[in-house]
Structures are given as structure tokens and as C-alpha cells.
Write a new protein. Structure first.
Length: 166
């Protein structure tokens, strides 16, 4: 190959790559902002989205009576332990209507190690009319919704998404 051909091909590749950059930037900007929320935890303390500013939040809507939720919880516990020091926080939003004591007993029984809040109708509506549990929403460090899983989410899938946000 001669030098002119190599130069032309290289130049073409540089222009092609540059043409892709605005599309990537536009795609990143198009992520919707996560809704603001403020709820009570199991001890009656107010927890709000702003408490996790700059962190990757894995927001998991769940219920004590939900079998897939129960199957998902051990993975969420592991992810919280594994990535907590990297700025990842798991937040469980219980949709139970049986009272805080019911949820507290469940949390103690399953040794849940991440914050739990009691979800309200507004929060569920704001996050896209959550109608099924589990539903898991990933929020990036800038407060944008980066992913959503309706139904059981495999640990490997969540972990891949978390790693892509780190």
C-alpha cells in the first residue's frame, strides 16, 4: 500500500468517527431526568432523591407478597455490598399496604442491607405508572433514568448496567 492511500483511509476514518460524536452526545442528553421524590423509611425518617446526589441509584419497587421480588432480593443485597463503595446505592420502595411493621419484619427476616422506603401512589405514577413488581429503575450519577426493568431482573443484567454507569 502506498502512503497516499493509507493517509486517505485514515482521514476518512477520522471524519467518520467525528460524524458519530454528536449522535452519541445527543443520545446521552436525551435521557429523561428521574422524578424527584421524598418518602419515609421504616423508622419514619424522610429519605429523598437528593440524599443520593452523585450516586448511581438502583430503585427497586417491590412487595413482601411478591415471589419474584423475594427471588431478586439476594442479588440486590449482593450488588449493594459489592458496589456500595463505588457510589452505587440500592433503594427498595415497598408498595405494601399492610403497614410498616409488616415490611420491617420482612426486611429483618431477609437481612436486607439497603434503605427501604414506603412508596406512595405519586412516586409510582411519576416513575411511569409502576403497575408490576418488581420494577427496577437505574438512575445515573447525574439524576437521569438510565434503564428500567419490569419484572424479575437477573443479577448479571443489573450488574452490566451498573458497570456501564460507573
Amino acid at each position: 500500500m502506498n502512503c497516499r492511500l493509507i493517509f486517505r483511509v485514515s482521514l476518512l476514518l477520522v471524519f467518520a468517527a467525528a460524524a458519530c460524536l454528536p449522535a452519541v452526545a445527543a443520545e446521552e442528553k436525551s435521557l429523561p431526568a428521574a422524578p424527584a421524590w421524598q418518602l419515609l423509611d421504616l423508622d419514619g425518617k424522610t429519605i429523598k432523591d437528593a440524599d443520593f446526589k452523585g450516586k448511581i441509584v438502583v430503585l427497586n419497587f417491590w412487595a413482601t407478597w411478591c415471589v419474584p421480588c423475594r427471588e431478586e432480593i439476594p442479588s440486590l443485597i449482593e450488588l449493594h455490598q459489592q458496589y456500595g463503595d463505588d457510589g452505587v446505592i440500592i433503594v427498595g420502595a415497598s408498595v405494601d399496604r399492610g403497614g410498616v411493621d409488616l415490611v420491617k419484619r420482612f426486611v429483618e427476616r431477609f437481612k436486607i442491607n439497603y434503605p427501604i422506603v414506603i412508596a406512595d401512589e405519586k412516586m409510582m405514577r411519576d416513575f411511569g405508572n409502576v403497575e408490576a413488581v418488581p420494577t427496577t429503575v437505574l438512575i445515573d450519577r447525574n439524576g437521569h433514568v438510565a434503564g428500567k426493568h419490569v419484572g424479575f431482573a437477573e443479577k448479571e443484567a443489573l450488574e452490566r448496567e451498573i458497570k456501564s454507569l460507573l
